[in-house]
Ligand binder design. Sequence first.
Ligand code: XIL
Length: 315
Amino acid sequence: PVPLRELAARDGRDVGTAVPGPALKNYAGYREELAREFSTLTPENAMKWDAIEPERGTLNWTDADAAVDFARRHDMAVRGHTLIWHNQIPRWLTDGGFSREQLDGIVREHVRRTVGRYRGRVFEWDVLNELTADDGSGYRRSLWSDTLGPDFPARVLRWAREADPDAKLYWNEIAADGISAKSDRFYAFAKALKAAGAPLDGVGFQAHFNLDGVPKGFEENLRRFSDLGLDVRVTELDVALQLPADDTARARQADIYAQVVRACRRVDRCKGITVWGFTDRFSWIPETQPGFGDATLLDRELEPKPAYRAFAAAL
Ligand code: XIL
């Protein structure tokens, strides 16, 4: 079969996957499949703040560097993930009791050194992740919104732009895939940033789905953001199944994967799709949603599932 990356490239798009650090180190068959099928790679955890700076001033780039080196050797582009998120941040930061001025300096340094380190090697950053409150009322409450004040996204984007003027800068959002109060708020944030001249290049839709299907207005949602002059992407696609899953469930899952591809292809500025893991051997779903799993394109032995064939056919 023709690799996914070739199928996507025919349409001027890329196709990527999240990559967990340990898998990259330990499983040869995994690495071959990864390089064969995908044109982009997102380190699943290795670039998060708690991985990079577990103790203040103690920096650990090992897994992040390994992912970037792997990508370079296999002609893959890297999506950096992620600079400002409320999860997976180190204890010293959350418990530090920092003032606005102090936190501002700390965030600036984190953005500057992380983006700067991978300048020219990471083509796109999820600078901001999941900042929108689930009910659409404003920012999600977090260390950032509590301490940094309402204009912090624009400032963080500017620091990232300074550190690598060529990298595309994204705001990635969870559960804002369809049209909803939350995605309306996300849209308003994006529009305001563009109007203020902030260096926002694109928005990511995580697309963590299950058999409830693709949320209403998904394509329309991608299109309204792209009409703002933003690139759009599907950044973390998976379709969780209740376990044990049967053939009917796997067929419906396949159809949902295909629907996502078709929606992206119908939106000019939809640059590509990243799946959040491509084998059921390495997927965050069973760990975080007990009773669910089988969410990816390939089974645990790296054999293609109906989802893989449907995804490929739709690309
Ligand atoms: C998840 C990883 O897949 C897990 O390994 C980790 O334990 C928790 O984070 N939104 C995001 C991703 O932006 O970074 C998350 O990744 C999934 C939800």
